[in-house]
Design a protein around this ligand. Structure first.
Ligand code: ARG
Length: 290
């Protein structure tokens, strides 16, 4: 297996800007890209005319999987289904919190069959499954930060699903409107670095949001990391953090530097093949919170 992992050491001495970061053990769901390919175009990254290499996609995905195992995570797997090439992007399969799994209802017909496939898995795994009435693409557009759920809309999840998820989990929901089609899911434009109530920390790309949403983000997260257009343009924000280690696209070197300066340990993984479908690290990862 070819891995491209660059793990850099942080300086050991914590400072005010570089606080001590403590990792939590994550539990995640992933889907091996055995049937990955690009045969339709539902986001600007996808071009069915360009060839894809499924075995390379599997190899790169395995490097991500191994990284999570090495970090001590509990990694669950859902069986890939033939004819659902985007099923590798497990983040879209639902939103799981407090042992409740709020199912996905996909925007595009090409992915609609993934909703029930993921709900069956949640059910078999013992989660309390809530079938959605409104169009939503799971953790692609819903991110837990502190006690609130940040909720994206504009391209995929319908804003009516924001009310629905609020009722399901009884939490505050903060609607954020995405305006750039290249950043069509919230998790392509915003990364949760630490969701712990009282020490919430995020990174984001301001230009991906409308003005009102930018104002909300500035007010709620004044110490957020603002990433460069360059790093965002290779889906550098599409990353997964355990509050200390942040698994990111290996090409997002500027973001890696910013993370180190804030006391995190960036771990680069190359998912270039899955980028052809418009997804990165976070897209391949659905967090399971019992
Ligand atoms: N091809 C997929 C789509 O357009 C990619 C999904 C990426 N997932 C994510 N969580 N951003 O739906």
């Amino acid at each position: 297996i070819v891995t491209d992992q660059t793990e850099q050491q942080t300086e050991t001495r914590p400072t005010a800007d570089r606080p001590e970061r403590t990792a939590v053990r994550k539990s995640v769901l992933m889907c091996r890209p055995d049937h990955f390919t690009v045969v339709y175009r539902i986001n600007p990254w996808m071009n069915p005319a360009l060839p894809t290499d499924t075995s390379l996609a599997v190899q790169q995905w395995e490097a991500l999987y191994e990284t999570y195992l090495r970090l001590g995570y509990d990694v669950q797997l859902i069986d890939p289904v033939e004819g659902l090439p985007d099923m590798v992007y497990a983040a879209n399969g639902g939103f799981v919190l407090d042992g409740i799994a709020y199912g996905a209802s996909f925007t595009h017909p090409e992915r609609q069959a993934e909703g029930p496939a993921y709900m069956n898995w949640f059910d078999a795994a013992g989660f309390d499954v809530r079938r959605p009435l409104e169009v939503n693409e799971g953790e692609g557009d819903f991110l837990l930060v502190g006690d609130a759920i940040l909720a994206g809309t504009g391209f995929r999840s319908d804003s009516r699903s924001h009310d629905e998820i609020g009722r399901v989990f009884g939490r505050e929901v903060v609607t954020l409107r995405l305006v750039n089609p290249s950043f069509y899911h919230l998790d392509t434009a915003l990364a949760v670095l630490d969701p712990t109530p009282g020490r919430e920390h995020i990174a984001y790309l301001p230009s991906a949001f409308d003005e009102a949403s930018r104002a909300v983000l500035e007010a709620r997260y004044p110490d957020a990391i603002i990433v460069s257009e360059e790093d965002a343009a290779i889906l550098g924000l599409n990353s997964f953090s355990d509050n200390r280690n942040v698994v990111i696209a290996s090409r997002a070197t500027g973001f890696a530097e910013q993370l180190r300066a804030h006391g995190y340990t960036p771990i680069g993984v190359d998912l270039s093949e899955l980028l052809l479908g418009g997804g990165g690290v976070k897209c391949c990862t659905l967090e399971l919170r019992r």
